[in-house]
Write a protein that binds this ligand. Structure first.
Ligand SMILES: Cc1ncc(COP(=O)(O)O)c(C=O)c1O
Length: 375
């Protein structure tokens, strides 16, 4: 069994994907081919946003969003402690200071009460200028943008949605990639919408930010490619990836998102009396980048992970340590403790899930978990 079986997805979509890729070869336009613009239009329509600017990765998408607003040295950027490294790496790479904020044990997302405390602490300390919050939509569920935006408004913070894991997720009818001032997503192969390499995109309704991002993504270009107005990056989504994503977006919309939600519900139904199953908040819809259960303690998780491995069932620990424990951030000013993140890091376990998994495979994994837990 695969943790996220991309080969099975390819086998299903092979005729369309092969045709789309061979069209790129026939046309010979490997960078900035027509498919890139077409995909951007499809994605902006899907997310309900005026602009979608594709780029080379989800990491670059965060970086470009920060660059568009001139975030850098002396700025505090609030980030959840429990997330992938890139959420905090990009503000730090631009010279800003990531300020870690503990998360909610239920949703795994940034805790708005803790955010308020961190912002106030930073304001009182007076060393950094609070500038932005990057809320990551962990495991497919959007963060609590209503509360986050309210705090951001009171403290004049920019809200950046890190939607790397939540493409297709929603709050009510509003889709991921449309929250806050600007959003960044990833098309890493195992993401809800993934390509066959690295890729990402930025979404915004802000015309000025969109124009700046288009420039920063191509060496700070001005009127043309050889007119360089600012220092930028080389960060483009190539035409082959765009062509693959066009096909995959269609399958994602037609059935994949619904299928993965059915499988997640089945897991929860089977497992809810044995382990702590993931909570989807009222009115929210997840895109299930991960199906993450919680165990009693580290020992129980370790035993379960080993037993499942012996049965041929792969699992992952997202994440084994909070950002405040990463060596790269040693010495960063830290205002507090992170008890929820620390506990999650010891107790979470992500089970295999993807839209092409069968119901009987989900049953098998769930029954194996139950038999280990009750042994
Ligand atoms: C929350 C989060 N942010 C950012 C990224 C970075 O995306 P990429 O790998 O496309 O650079 C990831 C990827 O794992 C992620 O999970």
């Amino acid at each position: 069994m695969q943790f996220r079986d991309l080969k099975r997805q390819y086998d299903t979509l092979k005729p369309q994907i092969d045709e789309a890729i061979s069209r790129v070869f026939d046309e010979g336009c490997f960078i900035s081919g027509a498919q890139v613009g077409e995909l951007e239009s499809m994605l902006s329509k899907y997310a309900g946003m005026k602009h979608c600017i594709s780029c080379a990765s989800g990491t670059d998408a965060i970086r470009l969003a920060l660059m568009a607003y001139g975030i850098g040295s002396g700025d505090a950027v609030f980030v959840p402690d429990f997330t992938f490294f890139a959420t905090a790496e990009m503000p730090a790479a631009l010279g800003a200071t990531p300020v870690f904020v503990d998360v909610s044990a239920e949703t795994f997302n940034i805790d708005p009460n803790m955010l308020e405390m961190a912002v106030r602490y930073t304001e009182r300390a007076g060393k950094l200028r609070p500038r932005a919050v990057i809320a990551a939509d962990l495991f497919g569920q959007c963060a609590d943008y209503e509360s986050i935006s309210e705090i951001a408004e009171r403290h004049s913070l920019l809200v950046i949605e890190d939607a790397a894991q939540s493409f297709g997720g929603r709050i009510g009818k509003k889709r991921a990639c449309s929250f806050g001032d600007i959003a960044a997503t990833s098309f890493f192969p195992s993401k809800p919408l993934g390509c066959y390499g690295d890729g990402g995109a930025v979404f915004t309704n802000d015309d000025e930010a969109a124009a700046l991002i288009r420039s920063y993504a191509v060496h700070g270009k001005g009127a043309d490619k050889y007119d360089n107005e600012r220092i930028g990056l080389n960060s483009r989504l190539d035409t082959i990836q765009a062509a693959v994503l066009q096909i995959k977006l269609d399958a994602f919309e037609k059935h994949e998102l619904e299928d993965i939600n059915d499988l997640a519900s089945r897991y929860t139904e089977k497992l809810k009396d044995y382990v702590i199953t993931p909570v989807v908040s009222e009115g929210y819809y997840s895109s299930w980048a991960q199906y993450t259960i919680r165990l009693k303690n580290k020992e129980q998780r370790c035993l379960l992970q080993k037993s499942l491995k012996d049965m041929g069932i792969p699992t992952m620990i997202y994440y084994p340590r909070g950002l405040h424990r990463q060596g790269a951030f040693a010495g960063m000013p830290n205002h507090g403790r992170f008890p929820i993140t620390d506990r999650l890091c010891d107790t979470v376990l992500s089970l295999p899930i993807h839209p092409y998994m069968t119901e009987s495979e989900v049953e098998k994994v769930a029954e194996s978990v139950i038999s280990c837990i009750t042994a």
